[in-house]
Design a protein around this ligand. Structure first.
Ligand code: ATP
Ligand code: MG
Ligand code: MG
Ligand code: MG
Length: 470
């Protein structure tokens, strides 16, 4: 079945429209009035005010295809078949309207009847003591009890501090033995890519008072999320999200620019997939007005872009190439996101400028890092001085994570405390300098911005996703 990504998106939205849902446009990747989240990471995130009752939804049933970024998944990108830092999440939502029965029935109807997946390959999971969901799967849908998995809080209970929360029911697709890890006990829930988690149905039915006391909510909600790319993987029966029609076309373009081929060499493939993913993230982030910088969202963008640029070097691509790839992203995604086409000139300009800026220092930086590595090896050291890591950051524009990643490939580490100290010292120097050259009383903000890599690790932006695992 070769139904394309753009077609699957349409089919999903139309299906839920036929069930009385209002199809809304994807919200921006930049959260609105929400400080708890750096970037939108689920379909539910921008709809939070409707779930908490702060705002009245335009309709009690809504469906979206939401652009998402999960930087917490960055380490997985290129390595698993199913993770991107950027992906699209299909969702149907009920704000105090329908509940479990309809949600489960419709997800089953969509997967088995609309897109025609083989029911024998689908496996639902439910929360341990959610007998209600278990019975719907078993008695109403007709799934044998041994095919329904009961998982604990970790996997099947969505909760984020105090507030609305509840059990969820996920749907997995068995892609067959060839994708399995082969370990004994590999089954639904295994981290390998055989049983691919496709859809998460969250039943927000409780209110957590923050002390672990749960009260049934008067208004029960449905919040579901299905990765469009993963849906395409199972419908098109391909190896990974990088092999579905649209993304594959982009990946081929990367391979073409690098004068190489996909599936010839495992480490080349990781770089090809990583660039493919990161260019998608960068294109969508810029289209939502995010600019490269040294803090917050801008730093996430900078870090993804520079990581992609470095992998371009690994593939032997010389000079700039990201804007060229971005044109392909725009071409392939403008069907669902017409704003990409409208903002094309701006997107390409920002990418080009940022890439050029890094290109001026990357080769020198890589050479210097190479020398540092040689010195370390000669001295029998395995930890890079913080001062050196800071020099790479400050003079050559190497995000700390980039340096760490390059060193890890050779089993070296960074003295991160030393890095922070060097950063701190430089800030103090800058502050002292500012006192003497106080620009007519105005604040000089450059050094006031804090590099988030120093204060927080790049995890945790995904805290509000549909399950508590990430
Ligand atoms: P996984 O366990 O595979 O990491 P998840 O449980 O973290 O997925 P959820 O938070 O439940 O994912 O999100 C809902 C759906 O969004 C998932 O079932 C999946 O289809 C999709 N999804 C989640 N993370 C990603 C990602 N990084 N790339 C692509 N799709 C994703
Ligand atoms: Mg999961
Ligand atoms: Mg999940
Ligand atoms: Mg995850």
């Amino acid at each position: 079945n070769k139904t394309g990504v753009n077609e699957l998106r349409r089919m999903f939205l139309e299906f839920f429209e036929s069930k009385g849902h209002l199809a809304m446009k994807s919200f921006s990747l930049v959260p609105h009035n929400d400080n708890s989240l750096l970037l939108i990471n689920s379909g539910m995130a921008p709809l939070k005010p409707y779930f908490t009752g702060q705002e009245i939804p335009p309709r009690k049933r809504v469906t979206t295809c939401q652009k998402c970024i999960r930087t917490g998944d960055i380490e997985n990108v290129g390595k698993t078949a199913r993770h991107g830092t950027f992906f699209e999440m299909l969702g149907n939502f009920s704000f105090g309207d329908y509940f479990k029965t309809e949600a489960i029935r419709w997800s089953w109807e969509f997967l088995t009847e609309v897109v025609g997946l083989d029911p024998d390959r689908l496996y639902p999971s439910v929360y341990l003591d959610d007998d209600e969901a278990f019975d719907i799967w078993n008695k109403e849908i007709g799934i044998a009890p041994e095919r329904i998995f009961r998982f604990g809080k970790e996997d099947n209970f969505w909760e984020h501090g105090a507030g609305p929360c509840g059990p969820c029911s996920e749907i997995y697709y068995d892609r067959g033995e060839k994708y399995g890890c082969g370990k004994p006990g590999c089954t639904v829930g295994c981290e390998c890519d055989r049983y691919m988690e496709v859809w998460n149905n969250v039943f927000t039915q409780f209110e957590n008072d923050g002390h672990g006391n749960y009260e049934e909510l008067a208004q029960k909600n449905i919040d579901t999320g299905m990765g469009l790319e993963r849906l395409a993987v199972v419908v098109q029966d391909v190896d990974s999200i990088f092999d579905v029609d649209t993304i594959k076309a982009l990946l081929n373009k990367v391979a073409e620019l690098a004068h190489t081929e996909y599936q010839k060499d495992a480490s080349i493939d990781v770089s090809l997939r990583l660039i493919t993913d990161h260019v998608r993230s960068c294109t969508f982030m810029i289209s939502d007005g995010i600019m490269p910088s040294n803090e917050g969202r801008g730093y996430v963008l900078r870090r993804l872009l520079r990581r992609a640029a470095r992998h371009g070097r690994l593939l032997g691509i010389e000079g700039r190439f990201l804007a060229e790839l971005s044109k392909t992203v725009i071409e392939l995604s403008k069907d669902g996101y017409p704003e990409l086409e409208e903002k094309k000139a701006m997107i390409l300009k920002v990418l080009t400028e940022e890439e050029d800026k890094f290109n001026r220092t990357i080769d020198q930086g890589l050479a210097i890092l190479g020398e540092m590595e040689e010195k370390m090896a000669a001295a029998g050291k395995t930890v890079l001085d913080g001062e050196d890591a800071f020099k790479l950051y400050d003079t050559y524009g190497f995000p700390l994570d980039l340096t760490r990643e390059i060193l890890e490939e050779k089993h070296f580490e960074i003295d991160e405390a030393g890095f922070k100290k060097a950063m701190q010292e430089q800030r103090e120097k800058a502050r002292a300098a500012r006192k003497t050259t106080n620009y007519m009383g105005a604040d000089v903000t450059v050094y006031q911005s804090i590099d988030p890599a120093l204060t927080t690790e790049f995890v945790g932006y995904d805290k509000l996703a549909c399950d508590s695992k990430i």
